[in-house]
Design a protein around this ligand. Structure first.
Ligand code: SIN
Length: 345
């Protein structure tokens, strides 16, 4: 049994005084267990239930009345649209309840940024929604899950987090869903908003904000996934030396309604891939240029690509451009409208 799983629960304040926070659990390393406390890879993600995680951080009960709900228990590399839609529906239902002050979602770190951005676009509330994970399994020496979970609950319960969009809280830092990305395969300081920057920090368990996103989010967006059972298929094609059209043709053949082209540099397209994108566009598939670089904007550059009706992914990384294109395609096929969405969100 690991040290942080053995603590007992002793509330310091009466339940009436504390905000009600719902914790939606989806799995990941934060709920992972390994054979020994020094094993940091090859462990089983999503092994512990939410009640076990909550019992292990008794200080949570001093800051909120928490209720846990297991939405899924998976490694986030296998995250699905089904789970996303379930999460969105649950968040919107819970946040409509005046008694609930905020939501924490426990999640694997691998695709945490994607779930965060999806919810940032479809949650219809100003109340805090905070995603949290861990890089070390719950059984590890110096596991980062407990403090991350405590901070996340503190943030979800804080009036400072209202209206800030969906937030990501790990490693004593607060990042916004749109700009945050996982930057290291193993470091606990993995979540960064490169160039655009984090929104704030935790000090002594208190959240402090210094910035907020200028991009539209949560209750101000035009997206509504209630009643949807799936999202349009959008594939990502990642360019490289000797790129060609084969994967583009395969995506079209598989029924893709959109393609995000993770180009080189500022979304540049290999000359041998371009004919595939042109044909896909003519067949009604929406093409968005993004970049494999990881920083900077993708805006209109070559007049040729503009003439070919390829859209520009702005600063969204390919996996986030994919989500916005999926949601855009639930509303319209109009290319000007979809470009407007990329300029807005
Ligand atoms: C996962 O994403 O579920 C595994 C990795 C992690 O949570 O750090």
């Amino acid at each position: 049994m690991v040290a942080w799983l053995t603590c007992s629960f002793s509330p310091a304040a009466s339940a009436e005084e504390l905000p009600a926070i719902e914790i939606l659990a989806t799995g990941g390393t934060i709920a992972g267990t390994a054979a020994s406390d020094t094993q940091m890879t090859g462990y089983k993600a999503g092994a512990l239930g939410i009640d076990t995680l909550l019992q292990a951080v008794p200080a949570i009960h001093d800051i909120a009345v928490v209720h846990g709900e297991q939405i899924a228990n998976t490694g986030s590399e296998s995250m699905t649209t089904d789970i996303w839609l379930k999460l969105a529906t649950r968040c919107n239902a819970l946040l409509a309840n005046p008694n609930i002050k905020g939501i924490v979602i426990t999640h694997g770190t691998d695709t945490l940024e994607e779930t965060a951005y999806f919810l940032n676009l479809v949650v219809k509330s100003d109340k805090p929604v905070v995603l949290v994970g861990a890089m070390r399994p719950a059984t590890a020496i110096s596991a980062d899950g407990p403090v991350n979970l405590l901070n996340a609950v503190k943030l979800a319960a804080s009036p400072k987090a209202v209206g800030k969009g969906v937030l990501v809280a790990l490693n004593d830092e607060i990042n916004g869903a749109r700009d945050v990305t996982k930057t290291s395969t193993e470091n606990v300081a993995t979540f960064k908003s490169p160039e655009l920057g984090l929104l704030g920090y935790f000090a002594n368990g208190e959240p402090y904000f210094y910035k907020e996103t200028t991009r539209c989010h949560t209750k101000h967006t035009e997206f509504d996934v209630s009643g949807l059972t799936e999202l349009p298929r959008v594939d990502i094609i990642y360019t490289h030396v000797n790129d060609d059209r084969h994967l583009i043709d395969a995506a079209v053949h598989q029924g893709a309604k959109g393609i995000v082209y993770a180009g080189s540099g500022m979304g540049s397209i290999h000359k041998d891939a371009e004919p595939g994108l042109i044909d896909a566009q003519k067949a009604g598939v929406v093409i968005v240029r993004s970049s494999r670089v990881g920083n900077g904007m993708v805006v209109a550059s070559s007049a040729e690509w503009t003439a070919e009706h390829f859209l520009n992914g702005d600063t969204l990384n390919p996996q986030k451009a994919r989500i916005l294109l999926q949601l855009a395609l639930t509303k319209t096929q109009d290319l000007d409208e979809i470009q407007r969405m990329f300029d807005t969100y």
